[in-house]
Design a protein around this ligand. Structure first.
Ligand SMILES: [Cu+2]
Length: 126
């Protein structure tokens, strides 16, 4: 193979890689953290055109309340599904839905999805 072809293939791989990296960074912005109040940790997620933050770090084995906030949410992210909890609910277009997660359930990675599985977020219990 000729050197200039190898060079241009290399450059395009770097460009594609960079675009993928930027794409994954912009999704949902910065990772979230749970807030602890009186021995219960609260995880706040906003549902509107997807879920934000996209990844939340929390403490494993702790009583947990997931608060999903909607605010003029008319897209499918209001159809919330959490497979690990067998939870499924269509949220009000505006409001806050509290999902109780027991210490036993607060383990490993828990995923929340929209009803179509297009948008998702992840709680990482560590
Ligand atoms: Cu969807």
């Amino acid at each position: 193979m000729n050197k200039s072809i190898i060079f241009s293939v290399g450059i395009s791989l770097i460009i594609i890689g960079g675009a993928l990296w930027l794409g994954s960074q912009s999704l949902g912005g910065a990772p979230g953290v749970a807030t602890v109040v009186d021995g219960t940790q609260f995880i706040d997620v906003t549902a509107k055109g997807g879920y934000s933050p996209h990844i939340i770090t929390a403490t494993a084995g702790m009583p947990t309340i997931l608060r999903v906030k909607t605010s003029g949410t008319f897209d499918c992210s209001s159809g919330l599904v959490i497979p690990k909890l067998s939870y499924q609910k269509f949220l009000q277009p505006s409001g806050t839905e509290e999902v109780v997660i027991s210490p036993d359930e607060a383990q490993g990675t828990m995923q929340g999805l929209c009803s179509m599985g297009m948008y998702n977020f992840q709680i990482r219990f560590e």
